[in-house]
Write a protein that binds this ligand. Structure first.
Ligand code: DQA
Length: 225
């Protein structure tokens, strides 16, 4: 999967739901940590959309507990044909444990998204840039999802997104929460390369998400012709 332009992911724990994502999404983000037998589901996957595999650790807002098992499963997932990209937490790369997933992804020709989440706040622009720079050192796309507490946080994030995009650095930026909700459809206009949306709002995988049909429609309507 390449991230030269915006990729909208339908975020789901259920790969069987892929047919209903096709109309709106470019890819499926498979939240392995929220699925009951994720490797079996991937093995049986015969959908059309490419898969971005995420196995989010509990310490980063997900539900996967054992870090060794979690990263092993991710390393196996990237060898599967449908998996064209993988998400690895920046912290897992900085402590060295996630490196084997990146190596496996490289061998398999899958792209690597390096993610950082802040579920409490946004930090200042320098903190955000530090996370993006570190992500770019390890992977193809640096993803930063922060929690916006007000408009200023969103503006800082959008300004940074614009800067990295102008430098041709692939970043994905998201301001989570109510104050940041609009960033999910506006950040792509400033160069954010990935969006995440559930098929059904009741299955949101993060605060402030629009459903995938709404996200696709709004991004399309707002995009310059
Ligand atoms: O990291 C991300 C971004 C996200 O947290 C969001 O805010 O849309 C949703 C997650 O499913 C995904 O793995």
């Amino acid at each position: 999967m390449d991230f030269d332009s915006f990729v909208l992911c339908a975020s789901t724990a259920d790969l069987a739901a892929e047919p209903s994502a096709r109309e709106h999404a470019d890819a499926v983000e498979f939240r392995m940590d929220l699925a009951s037998d994720p490797l079996a589901a991937l093995d049986g996957y015969d959908g059309e959309l490419p898969v971005l595999a995420t196995n989010r650790a509990r310490w980063e807002g997900g539900e996967a507990d054992d870090d060794t098992e979690r990263l092993d499963a991710l390393a196996t997932a990237v060898t599967m044909d449908a998996v064209e990209a993988v998400d690895v937490e920046l912290a897992s790369l900085q402590d060295g444990n996630g490196q084997r997933v990146v190596e496996r992804a490289r061998e398999a020709g899958a792209s690597v998204v390096v993610s950082t989440h802040d579920f409490e706040g946004a930090g200042d622009a320098e903190t955000m840039a530090t996370a993006l720079d570190a992500g770019l050192e390890h992977g193809d796309v640096a993803k930063l999802a922060v929690t916006a507490t007000g408009r200023k946080d969103v503006l800082s994030l959008l300004a940074l997104t614009d800067e990295y995009d102008r430098a041709d650095d692939a970043v994905a930026t998201i301001a989570m929460g109510e104050a940041g909700r609009h960033s999910r459809v506006v950040a792509p206009l400033y160069g954010s390369r990935i969006g995440y949306a559930p098929l059904d709002p009741a299955d949101a995988t993060a605060p402030g998400q629009y459903d995938v049909a709404t996200t696709a429609r709004l991004v399309d309507e707002l995009s310059p012709r």
